[in-house]
Each structure stands twice: as C-alpha cells, then as structure tokens.
Design a protein around this ligand. Structure first.
Ligand SMILES: [Zn+2]
Length: 167
C-alpha cells in the first residue's frame, strides 16, 4: 500500500479499477474535503496490484473521519460489486460492512428510472407546470451477483447504474 493508514474513517478496498474515483464522487468527497472546518484526507489509489480481484488490479479509497451510511454502502456495492468496506476506529477495523444485496430487495431513492414516463419521474407540461408529482424512486434487485436492478414500478432494467445513481 502506498497510501497511509487512517486513524478513523472508511476504507473501500477491492474496487474495480476506475471506480475508486466514481465512488469518491458518490460519497460527495469533493464537498466533504471542501467543507470549512474539515482537515480530513480522502485518498484514492488507482490500479493497485491485487490477487483477489479479477484482472489483478484494484482501486482503494480511504476517507478520514467519515463512516459510511448503510444507504451509501448499497450505492458503492452497485457500482463496485467486488468492493469491501471497512470501518476504522483508532487504526483498527471495527466493522466489515456487508456490501451484498439480496435478490428481490427493494431499494428506495438509490437510482433513478430511465423511463421518462414512469410514475417515479416528474411529469411536466411544456410551460413547466407539474402534471403529476413524482413518487419515491424504487428499484428491485433482480440479480445480486452482477448486480442487476429494475424499476419497481415499470419493470425497466436500469442498465447504466452509475449514471442513474442519486447523489
Ligand atoms: Zn420506472
């Protein structure tokens, strides 16, 4: 490892190469480090050698002084299904966050639906008046390994998960 140990925070390991930056974005890392009284470091190591991940390379993201919310854990899993999330307190791993999702599990407000006429997307007239208020976005896990999800309301598969994540 070429990046330092952290005292407190979250380490996301075994991320598919290229997703380290995406996951930092999902977690709002830029806003986090720019918030005024924050002296925490976010480090992203890309293309690190790994025996465990397919392709032999991985990304690692370390966020000081921030423990991930369960909802954020789901987003990271959807974007990097091989990733492992460790919560660190006083240099020790105190929690290995479960990143798996179950088939049939319903996720609320994690991704948008790509179907513009779906009930979860706002319907507006040309002048901007809202015809129908949107309902919360809901998706169902259809394959837990790849993973794959579809819209709870209209059954449309959400193919490009990262592009449709809400963050
Ligand atoms: Zn839909």
């Amino acid at each position: 490892m070429k990046i330092d140990l952290i005292k407190n925070g979250t380490v996301i390991d075994h991320q598919e190469v290229g997703t380290g930056i995406e996951n930092a974005k999902i977690l709002g890392a830029k806003e986090y480090v720019r918030s005024s009284d924050n002296h925490s470091t976010v480090s992203i190591a890309m293309n690190v050698e790994s025996k465990r991940i397919p392709g032999g390379r991985k990304d690692i993201t370390k966020i000081e002084n921030r423990e991930l919310e369960p909802k954020e854990t789901n987003k990271i899993y959807l974007n990097s299904p091989h990733s492992t999330i460790n919560i660190i307190r006083d240099y020790k791993v105190v929690e290995k966050r479960k990143t798996k999702l179950k088939k049939g599990e319903i996720l609320t407000n994690i991704t948008k639906c790509t179907n513009p006429t779906c009930i979860c997307n706002p319907q507006t007239k040309k002048d901007g008046t809202i015809i129908r208020e949107p309902v919360p976005y809901k998706t169902v896990v259809t394959d837990e390994k790849i993973p794959k999800i579809k819209c709870f309301y209209c059954d449309r598969d959400i193919d490009d998960i990262y592009e449709n994540l809400i963050f």
